[in-house]
Design a protein around this ligand. Structure first.
Ligand SMILES: Nc1ncnc2c1ncn2[C@@H]1O[C@H](COP(=O)(O)OP(=O)(O)OP(=O)(O)O)[C@@H](O)[C@H]1O
Length: 604
């Protein structure tokens, strides 16, 4: 893959809401994403048909018992009645066995398909760039792969099952009714005509209403989860009430959307009830009238009463199923929306280049960058660092330093221009090679709720405990590690909260050392640590940078003093370059000003 210099790269596409996808299209794309859902569907349908057919044996047996058994021309024929009893029993057994197989098959295939859907959605979220992820609130994104997938699951397992049975029953009941009496069959269908005609209308209304319900569910999860994650901020600033107001608002929004959606269900359900009542009454009245004229036997009228129940039950159930289906489709769309959002920072695949080992050359070629919908935050950056150099990037807050680091590590791609490592555009480098060779140590490295060893292993998964201890020795951290309650096996707590801020930095440095990168990008931590730990961190950093190219986003100018080269960024532009000694002697330029204010604050 070759990219023109200055080619425009995709930057952080929005996570698709999926709302523009129609219902049938949703099902088609959903099945294309998880074909497991329809594996073996033929057999499941076969059992559904058998179960439905089994159900009509009872009404037929009742009719036959009355007309040909009890009212036989030569008096009641008991042997015929017995046979009919056996046939009805056989019908019940067949229905039960077929229902069992159909249900268990539906459960198994649905759960298998949904497990695939969940896995795919979670993986895809990880593939999306940080930028794309941040276009949707994290809580809402989580809701799309948890509660939305659950909604699809509930429908496929229960609603899907009922749908298959219902359609089968309505068809079979219609055919048998038509065979017995086309007039009564017509009466039943006419009574349900208004409901059938309005189904499309309700379906559309329900679709909109449930789309809103799912969006509100995501907003609610977001409103609830954010304050839990940021509990310390909420408590320390005593903003519980305001936070609670936001949560209450989100819950109210969800309640209002759900209530509105349920109103349509209630209307369509009531319409179903009225149709059922009319159908039952109509069959009895017209059946009796036909009976009086001798066109219909008592057995047929009784059989019809059974058949109407067989017809009405699933039709009424159908209105509930349509509601569930709309809810599930609204959810399915949102999951498909995630799966179809392109992963913008893509691996170049087969044509990818693998970077050679050893300290890396870094080059920024006319790089500009804008966050989606925002102004340029980096402009025409043209820089080159030779392999093995120690670079410090300094600048006011918001000047674009972190953005620079994200482009260098390919967490995002430039809007225009190229970032080259050892002369190769980063977009052409295999992800595996890039992640192996380039490591970013963020300001606040994320620690997982596990041991120090497990957290450090994120640097190199196969590292043994001995290797971790050796890495700690190399960074001069062995005595710190030995002083912890359980050494490398010490638990760090959620997000590392059992360690101090400085200790968390040490774990992050150990992790980076174990990864053994050729280019180290450090976003210097700003949190103050005690002087002893500060010395330890400084020493570990010194050793970590030895023999590699390193780029540090320097918040302390003492770091800039020790760097081979200092790059000063101001409002997205590189305004000065050189060693600290050179830059500090250029008065009236940004570096001298930054340095003067640093010295004033820190007394050096
Ligand atoms: N995800 C984002 N979406 C939109 N704008 C952003 C995003 N991240 C940063 N910005 C904007 O880009 C500009 C540069 O931000 P950046 O974080 O690179 O600055 P910085 O120099 O690292 O600041 P600091 O020293 O405070 O970390 C700022 O104006 C910021 O508001």
């Amino acid at each position: 893959m070759s990219l023109r210099p200055g080619a425009t790269g995709p930057v952080g596409s929005q996570v698709s809401s999926g709302e523009e996808i129609g219902a049938v299209e949703t099902i088609r794309r959903g099945i294309a994403q998880t074909p497991e859902l329809v594996h073996g569907i033929g057999w499941t349908l076969f059992f559904a048909v058998v179960a439905s057919l089994g159900q009509v044996i009872v009404p037929i047996a009742v009719q036959q018992t009355l007309d040909r058994g009890l009212n036989a021309p030569g008096g009641p024929d008991l042997s015929f009645v017995t046979w009919m009893g056996v046939a009805a029993f056989f019908g019940l057994v067949v229905t039960s066995v077929a229902s069992y197989f159909m249900t268990s098959r539906l459960f198994t295939t649905s759960e298998r398909g949904l497990a695939t859907l969940r896995t795919k959605a979670f993986r895809h979220i990880h593939d999306l760039s940080l930028l794309t992820q941040s276009t949707e609130r994290r809580g809402a994104l989580v809701s799309r792969v948890t509660s939305d997938v659950d909604q699809v699951s509930q429908f496929l397992v229960y609603g899907g099952l009922l749908l298959v049975i219902s359609v089968g029953q309505v068809l079979v009941a219609t055919v048998i009714m038509a065979v017995y009496s086309w007039q009564l069959c017509l009466v039943v269908w006419l009574c349900f005509a208004p409901l059938f005609i309005s189904i499309r209308y309700f379906q559309r209304k329900l679709s909109d209403a449930y789309g809103l319900v799912r969006r509100q569910a995501g907003a609610m999860l977001s409103a609830v989860s954010e304050p839990v994650v940021g509990a310390s901020v909420v408590r320390s600033y005593a903003v519980q009430e305001r936070t609670q107001d936001r949560i209450d608002e989100a819950i109210d929004g969800f309640k209002a959307a759900s209530t509105r959606a349920q109103q349509f269900t209630v209307i369509s359900f009531s319409l179903g009830g009225i149709s059922a009542g009319l159908a039952n009454a109509g069959v009895l009245v017209i059946g009796v009238l036909l009976g009086l004229t001798g066109e219909m036997t008592a057995g047929t009228v009784l059989a019809f009463a059974f058949l109407v129940t067989l017809f009405v039950g699933p039709v009424q159930m159908g209105t509930q199923i349509i509601t569930d289906a709309q809810n599930a489709i609204a959810s399915w769309r949102r999951v498909i929306g995630i799966l179809e959002t392109p992963a913008d920072v893509v691996d170049p695949g087969e044509d990818a280049t693998h970077l050679p080992r050893g300290p890396m050359d870094v080059r920024f070629e006319d790089v500009s960058f804008a966050y989606p919908g925002g102004p340029l935050v980096l402009r025409d950056v043209d820089l080159e660092f030779r392999a093995g150099t120690r670079v410090a990037i300094v600048g006011e807050t918001g000047s674009g330093k972190s953005t620079f680091a994200k482009l260098l590590t390919r967490l995002m791609d430039p809007t225009t221009g190229r970032v080259l490592l050892d002369g190769v555009d980063v977009r052409e480098v295999a992800h595996s090679s890039l992640r192996r060779g380039v490591v970013l140590v963020p300001q606040e490295g994320f620690l997982f709720d596990d041991t120090i060893a497990a957290n450090v292993r994120y640097g190199r998964l196969e590292a043994t405990e001995e290797e971790i201890v050796r890495a700690a020795e190399e960074l001069g951290l062995a005595d710190w590690l030995a002083g912890l309650p359980s050494g490398v096996r010490t638990m760090v707590g959620q997000r590392g909260e059992s360690l101090s801020a400085g200790e968390r930095q040490l774990v992050a440095l150990l992790r980076a050392h174990l990864a053994d990168p050729d280019l180290l990008v450090l976003d210097e931590a700003t949190s103050a640590v005690d002087p002893e730990l500060e010395v330890r961190i400084g020493r570990a950093l010194e050793r970590l940078m030895t023999g590699r190219t390193s780029v540090t986003i320097a918040h302390r100018l003492s770091t800039a003093e020790q760097a081979d080269e200092v790059v000063v960024v101001d409002a997205g532009r590189v305004v000065q370059r050189g060693s600290h000694a050179e830059l500090v002697t250029q008065p009236d330029l940004p570096y001298a000003r930054l340095h003067a204010s640093w010295v004033a604050q820190h007394g050096r």
